[in-house]
Design a protein around this ligand. Structure first.
Ligand SMILES: [Zn+2]
Length: 83
């Protein structure tokens, strides 16, 4: 009797694994490909001092403004350059 339960358990586990594999391989259209879309890319921000673009993760923030370096953060944002 114990052997039967053991084999039943194996059958259930195999079934779960198989269904999981099938589900992963089944819809190739609805399955999102990680890292390929533009939406997954890191946000780009602009330095408020020199207007250079850099990833948000590398930027320095101060009072809701982004800066490319700690030095520019200290200098602060350059307001509308009129020429
Ligand atoms: Zn800068």
């Amino acid at each position: 009797m114990q052997k039967l339960l053991f084999f039943l358990l194996i059958g259930i586990v195999a079934y779960v694994i198989m269904s999981r594999v099938r589900r992963e391989g089944q819809p190739p259209t609805t399955r999102p490909t990680p890292g390929s879309q533009a939406g997954s890319a890191e946000d780009m921000v602009r330095c408020a001092n020199c207007a250079v673009h850099l990833p948000r993760g590398e930027s320095f923030t101060s009072e809701g403004q982004f800066f490319c370096s700690d030095e520019h953060r200290r200098l602060g944002p350059v307001r509308s350059q009129r020429r």
